[in-house]
Write a protein that binds this ligand. Structure first.
Ligand SMILES: Cc1cc2nc3c(=O)[nH]c(=O)nc-3n(C[C@H](O)[C@H](O)[C@H](O)COP(=O)(O)O)c2cc1C
Length: 207
């Protein structure tokens, strides 16, 4: 499968089968995902690979509560994921890198507040997308979940150093084909064509 096909085929999977994925394969996918670029080659993105039912259950135990698990129609399908890859970004590594001699003129080595764009967040997204595409090319499914709840518990449970921002987590597994379409996909919104501008902003949608 080439990259454009993987891009076109990829969809978030929210219903996995119980078929396991070898933990070593998850580690290989994670290492490959870190081939994605980082600003100044700062490499402040790290991935925590959780594999197998016990570690996946611990991920959900820390990031969700009983009430949600009981009422969510999606929980059972999500919880059958074979692994979870937690995406971590260390802003301080970026400040340190941009404080080095070859980057000092940027002023970004001063402090986090000097950054008009938090490149560590973009780099976390790039690593995430690399992993989603690699998984797609192997016929595996993924779902990116935001870090909205239970982050403190997650960090404590898995000994994540507090210099990291938890960007989110990628569930990975074999799709069971029983996914129900996300309502988000049916929301009205601008087309891709209307979000590409050529030559000047406002020319979107023109051939
Ligand atoms: C930053 C980010 C956060 C997301 N958070 C969640 C989430 O917490 N739960 C979820 O089910 N999907 C989440 N999604 C998935 C989006 O809903 C999904 O990518 C979008 O609806 C488009 O669908 P597709 O990826 O299947 O094409 C997230 C996606 C991104 C990029």
């Amino acid at each position: 499968m080439d990259v454009s096909e993987a891009l076109a085929r990829r969809r978030m999977t929210r219903s996995f089968s119980a078929q396991p994925i070898d933990g070593e394969l998850l580690v290989r996918l994670a290492r490959d995902a870190l081939r994605s670029p980082t600003a100044g080659n700062a490499r402040g993105i790290e991935l925590l690979v959780l594999s197998g039912p016990d570690e996946v259950a611990q991920y959900f135990a820390t990031t969700t509560d009983v009430a949600w698990r009981q009422r969510s129609a999606r929980f059972a399908g999500l919880a059958r994921a074979s692994g979870v890859i937690v995406v971590l970004a260390d802003p301080h590594t970026y400040v340190e890198r941009y404080g080095a001699e070859d980057k000092a003129a940027s002023g970004l080595g001063e402090d986090l507040s000097a950054w008009p764009v938090p490149y560590w967040i973009g780099d976390a997204g790039a690593a995430t997308m690399s992993l989603l595409l690699s998984a797609e090319s192997l016929g595996l499914g993924c779902c990116f979940l935001g870090a909205f709840r239970g982050t403190e518990d997650l960090v404590a449970r898995f000994d994540i150093p507090d210099r990291f921002v938890v960007y989110g987590a990628i569930l990975i597994g074999h799709p069971d084909g029983r996914d129900h379409r996300s309502a988000s996909l049916d929301r009205a919104g601008p087309s891709r064509a209307n979000r590409v501008h050529r030559g000047r902003f406002g020319s979107a949608g023109q051939a």
